[in-house]
Design a protein around this ligand. Structure first.
Ligand code: NAP
Length: 257
């Protein structure tokens, strides 16, 4: 256990699984009190219990980030349980696949509601408490998909991940007067439950396109966020950090073979 986040109150949306669970575990190992937020109770409680069993402080709160009442209640729960909010990790996201030709309005709206509107809701709901802190921090989980790359089936997803960065840049200017920083991590392909249904073929081909030859771990993203949440990162705001094993670097497949 370290102490880099000692006594900080941290909310991790989408904290029950995948990247969010990795973020919650790493921040808790550094002494943070973590509110693990997701829709499904079982997985969320299991993640929080795992952190507590390992000697950390965490609890689960059920919320759908696309629902304002839920998100407001989430912020209130962090205040009740942990005395305020120092850090918001807005990480909850979904990535269903649909090509533009077949994509329905409902599919477009659902992905936007969770990924983009959910980010706005979480930031807005936590802002009053973050303003009370000397060094409030907001971390967003964006993606390389959208801001840098494209992938068939993820036009709606990519639009939300690029949209999060547009939101962030203006929010960074607005929040600077409160000494709150807001930054985004842009993961490449990270091995999580979210990729369970994606198929072995996809994973093998993806590995071949990554200079480091393998997918990332949730901790790779979590440690990037830990830095951006630290006191040492106090003058960094409105920025992005790509965590992708070099995936966005090759000009062609020949560059990695
Ligand atoms: P995951 O394993 O499917 O986990 C997603 C998490 O978000 C779960 O905790 C899920 O819990 C929660 N969630 C989903 N919809 C929610 C909602 N409406 N309200 C509250 N919580 C919700 O996915 P992941 O791979 O860890 O992805 C996490 C984030 O990283 C996403 O924003 C994703 O876009 C981003 N990302 C992932 C990768 C990757 O390679 N894995 C790469 C780039 C970016 P419930 O279902 O119980 O709500």
């Amino acid at each position: 256990m370290g102490n880099r986040m000692e006594l900080k109150s941290v909310i991790v949306t989408g904290g029950s699984k995948g990247l969010g669970r990795g973020i919650a575990q790493v921040f808790a190992r550094e002494g943070a009190k973590v509110l693990v937020v997701a829709r499904q109770q079982d997985a969320g409680e299991q993640t929080a219990k795992g952190i507590v069993d390992a000697g950390g402080t965490a609890s689960f709160f059920r919320a759908d980030v696309s629902n304002w009442d839920d998100v407001e209640a989430m912020a209130e729960a962090a205040v009740d349980r942990y005395g305020g909010i120092d850090i918001l990790c807005s990480n909850a996201g979904i990535f269903p696949s649909a090509r533009v030709e077949e994509m329905t309005q409902v599919e477009w709206d659902t992905v936007n509601s969770v990924n983009l509107k959910g980010t706005f809701f979480a930031v807005k709901a936590c802002l009053p408490e973050l303003k009370k802190k000397e060094e409030g921090r907001i971390l967003l989980t964006s993606s390389i998909t959208g801001p840098i790359t494209g992938y068939p089936g993820w036009a709606h997803y990519g639009a939300t991940k690029a949209g999060m960065l547009g939101f962030m840049r203006t929010a960074a200017i607005e929040f600077a007067r409160y000494n709150i920083t807001i930054n985004a991590v842009m993961p490449g392909n990270i091995m999580t439950e979210g990729l369970d249904d994606i198929g072995e073929d996809y994973l093998r081909r993806m590995e071949q396109s990554i200079p480091m030859g393998k997918l990332g771990d949730p901790e790779d993203v979590a440690y990037a966020m830990l830095f951006l949440a630290s006191h040492e990162a106090k003058y960094i705001t409105g920025q992005t950090l790509v965590v992708d094993g070099g995936q966005t670097l090759p000009e062609s497949i020949d560059a990695v073979s």
